[in-house]
Design a protein. Sequence first.
Lengths: 391, 351
Amino acid sequence: MTDQVAPVEKKSFFTPFNIFATIVILIGIPLTILRFTKGLGGVTNLDDTNPWGIWIGFDLLTGVALAAGGYVTAAAVEVFGMKKYHAAVRPAILTGFLGYSMVVFALLYDVGRPWRLPYPFFVSQGVTSIMFEVGACVALYLTVLFLEFSPAALEWLGLKKLRSWIVKLTITLTILGVMLSTLHQSSLGAMFLIAPSKLHPLWYSPYLPVFFFVSSIAAGLSMVLFEATVTHKPFHNKMDEDHLAIYDNLAFGFGKAASLVLGGYFAIKVFGIALGNNWHYLGTGYGLWFMVEMFGFVLLPSLLFAIGTRERNAGLIRKAAFITVFGIFLNRINITLICFNWHLPWSERYFPNWMEIGISVFVVTVGLVAYKFIVTRMPIFYEHPDYKEEH
Amino acid sequence: MTISRRRFLEWVTAAGVGSAAASTAKAAHGDFGGYPDSYGVLYDATLCVGCRSCEAACNEVNELPSPDKPFADLSVFDKKRRTDYRSYTVVNRYDPPESKKPVYRKTQCNHCLEPACASACFVGAFKKTPEGAVEYDASVCVGCRYCIIACPFNIPTYEYDEALTPRVMKCTMCLPRVKEGKLPGCVEACPVEALTFGRRKDLIAVAHERIRKYPGRYIDHVYGQHEMGGTSWMYISGVPFTKIDLRTDLGSTPAPEMTSGALALVPMVIGLWPVLLGGIYKITERKEKIALAEKNESVAGAVAAANEAADNKAKAATERFKKDKEKAVEAAVKKTLAEAEKEKEKGKEGE
């Protein structure tokens, strides 16, 4: 849908994207009213045995993983000195910032009393909880992402002095971002450590935090490529030479990295099975499903990334990035929903209500509208002419 | 400052004792046997007749909404039920082949010694009280429902239809009544004494005594003595516990220990990541600096070489020019002299 977004010159409002977004928002508003008048029971299929649904599995867990492009790209360019990918930093930071904003937005629907979200920090600290750590890191990282993104907004607004102060913090913010991301990306996996009796042994492992962190790197790399692919055409007129020039090179560089990370991820997942001596589960239905995830969405994209890099085939790398993004979604959904409560009969399991899906689509659409608003106004795909000489 | 050998040895010993104490504390943490003299309840599945008096009493003392079907209606046993926001406790009927008559099992919060819900709650809304009950405080609850995810016994429930003030609902072991010296509602109501209230350590003794006295009647296991690190509500049964929906694969590790390792790594990341990443940044920065310096140097060298070559060329050209000039002058002089000679000769001839 996004590749049909009209360039700004066309003044007509009725582009396919705008029509789609309007419909989704028109459905989302009454669903929101329903959620806050009838409670979670009014719009979701959640119950006492299945307290978490797609708002946690998709909006929170998948959302955070796919928003990892911000810290991965910033670390590659600012810390590891891969300056040639500089033009990729701003789009990645923007996606990260909007991604995390959407996560928090979705959480406002999911938790029972959203106005109490600051409670864990200011009223009653439950420091033994992994979720306390997740909450603290996400709140801090959202602030870091806001600051990392702000130079683009300040350039747009013409606030030069404030911008130059924040730009001086770049390396500090980048390192802080990587630290906070390491912590909460892994902690989202660690949240499930407390429920070994509910999560299927092929997915449960003491290594869960490491699995989540490592897969978030692959998710971040792939999401940057995925985003570059879908924005390439619709926002072509917004992109400067630097940005257009690295389009293929970014695929080769990030593709190579993603291939290695996914390879390592595959290996540690195998070690996880070995550690728990869970080989015998591979012969079951869940085992088959596990192998679909591992071979189809980890090993296959890893190989495609490698082949694409060697044969200089950027198209193949972009396909691999798409497969990885879907694979991350599959993994997070497996852990929260499909393989959680696996020992219960199907009649006691969860399947999302259409209204839950509606709110999820609504949240993502609001994010896309914000994305479009920002990239058509602020220097994201190009450098502001006033600051060109800075690096 | 001087340190005497004796003082130094004292420090070393103190450090040793300190670390030894720390490891003892950890071992003790794993073996936490609950608050001393805390209360519990023992449920005897061989005595329960499935009359649902406990459910009715629970509903009444906790002032819960009335159920769809009256408590006298035993048709509810046809379907397996679980606790929900209207019922802190439910009794289910099972027909295992090991038993000639139906077996009943009461479900409610087991009041773990080290509760998963309390460990999971990010506002600390759950508290294990010295009386033995796991208490929930709705005034801080955010409603994230992580407690429900964490509970290995599927006990906490949630007010899904409450729009603005949903609470987690679960058995309180009738803590207010216990504090007043009364029995929990269900225990008081049980007509066949399938429920025994007392100090947890006494209940364990009672349970084992019953098993010892009537070995044919019971499975030799007190469920809850060790499960998930021990619970305050315990069970004895004549049929295997799995047949009455009590999982025997939970192990004896208390829930908080499952996440303590991951939490312990947090300070390490906070401490070391800036060092590692800052170090990498500094190395990269230095490499870039060196590369820039080398580049500048080689550029300067190339420029110097080019200048020298140009100088030489210019010098050679000047030299050549000079020579050419000299030659030209010479030739011109010669020519002039020759012409003058000729003129002379011509003049002579003309005379």
